[in-house]
Design a protein around this ligand. Structure first.
Ligand SMILES: Nc1ncnc2c1ncn2[C@@H]1O[C@H](COP(=O)(O)OP(=O)(O)OP(=O)(O)O)[C@@H](O)[C@H]1O
Length: 314
């Protein structure tokens, strides 16, 4: 059976999920285009994993509806599971088996018809050929992630759901992993990937930022930055710790964050922000200059805005 024709890999509306008194997914609507790499960001415990599990039919929402690859997320979870590759946060393998043996084990678990061909394809597709005989336990974190990705690709899914796939992996291996994701997207495979890394967020075609169960922003990085209408100044030189202390709490100053040897000072009211900077910097050696607002500035801002959304326990 072919996949229903739809432009969306994921199209969900008004999803809600409670665990006890916690409203973990709160009226979530989200669309992921076909062949798109869509980044899912937000603080720990904000509901990303739960949302991913609902979207692929592993968990039933309390309310809301939607489709994944054109199939209904509540009624057609079997169809979805056959077409989606899901890499969980805590994937595990047999350390004493080689990459090939591990992949063969996964293929056997899924009852795949032509296991050998599927394993060969996954190994070649992810450049694991030279290491296929290596024991999984001896692999570095980066190669383990790649093996996990190969395991997700065995049944040639149309959509990958990757839950923090590069957590704890060094920058070089993370970069290689992302090259792989872009190569897969170029072949038309859609990717929803959760991450806490800003450099990875910048590599996504689109992003959603979720905090305490609520979607705070969605779109391209540029859209998200523009939507918050923040003004940012960079303060450098002099006693930054003292200046930061003087800035915090002043009218117009919404956040003060250290970025290397400078401070980023951000707010929504440009005039009030400038006045606050003038007062706080008076008599100090620090200099302030306008700076571009970055994704990280926006995410810090969104997280602070969202705290009020945490409902009181029922
Ligand atoms: N099966 C469950 N039963 C009860 N509470 C749960 C369950 N699964 C998740 N939660 C709670 O729901 C909230 C959201 O968790 P979730 O794992 O979806 O967040 P997350 O954004 O993926 O977090 P992280 O970035 O830390 O992985 C957390 O408070 C978590 O403790």
């Amino acid at each position: 059976m072919s996949t229903p024709a739809t432009d969306w890999a994921i199209d969900v509306r008004g999803l809600n999920k409670h665990f006890g008194s916690k409203h973990v997914v709160n009226d979530l609507s989200m669309q992921v285009g076909r062949g798109e790499i869509f980044g899912f960001l937000g603080p720990n415990g904000s509901g990303k994993t739960t949302s991913i599990r609902i979207m692929c039919g592993l968990l039933t929402p309390d309310s809301g509806s939607g489709t994944c690859l054109g199939y209904d997320i509540v009624r057609q979870s079997g169809e979805i599971k056959r077409r989606v590759g899901y890499m969980t946060q805590r994937f595990s393998f047999w350390d004493d088996l080689s990459i090939r043996e591990n992949l063969d084990f996964v293929a056997r678990m899924y009852g795949m018809a032509d296991r050998r061909a599927a394993v060969d394809r996954a190994i070649d597709g992810l450049g694991l050929g030279g290491r296929a005989a290596q024991l999984a336990g001896a692999l570095s974190g980066g190669w383990k992630q790649r093996m996990a990705l190969a395991a997700c690709m065995l049944h040639e899914p149309e959509l990958l759901l990757l839950d923090e796939p590069t957590a704890g992996v060094d920058p070089g291996a993370r970069r290689d992993f992302w090259e792989e994701l872009h190569a897969l997207a170029a072949r038309g495979i859609s990717v929803l990937v959760s991450t806490h890394y800003m450099d990875e967020a910048e590599r996504c075609h689109k992003l959603a930022y979720i905090a305490y169960g609520r979607l705070m922003a969605q779109g391209t990085a540029e859209d998200i930055i523009a939507s918050q209408q923040l003004t940012t100044w960079e303060v450098a030189g002099g006693d930054l710790a003292a200046v930061a202390e003087r800035l915090r709490g002043r009218p117009g100053v919404e956040q003060v964050a250290a970025f290397g040897s400078a401070l980023h000072v951000t707010g929504r009211d440009p005039a009030a922000l400038q006045a606050a900077l003038q007062q706080a910097l008076a008599g100090s050696d620090c200099r302030a200059q306008p700076a571009a607002t970055g994704l990280e500035d926006v995410f810090i801002h969104l997280t602070e805005q969202s705290v009020d959304n945490f409902g009181p326990p029922a």
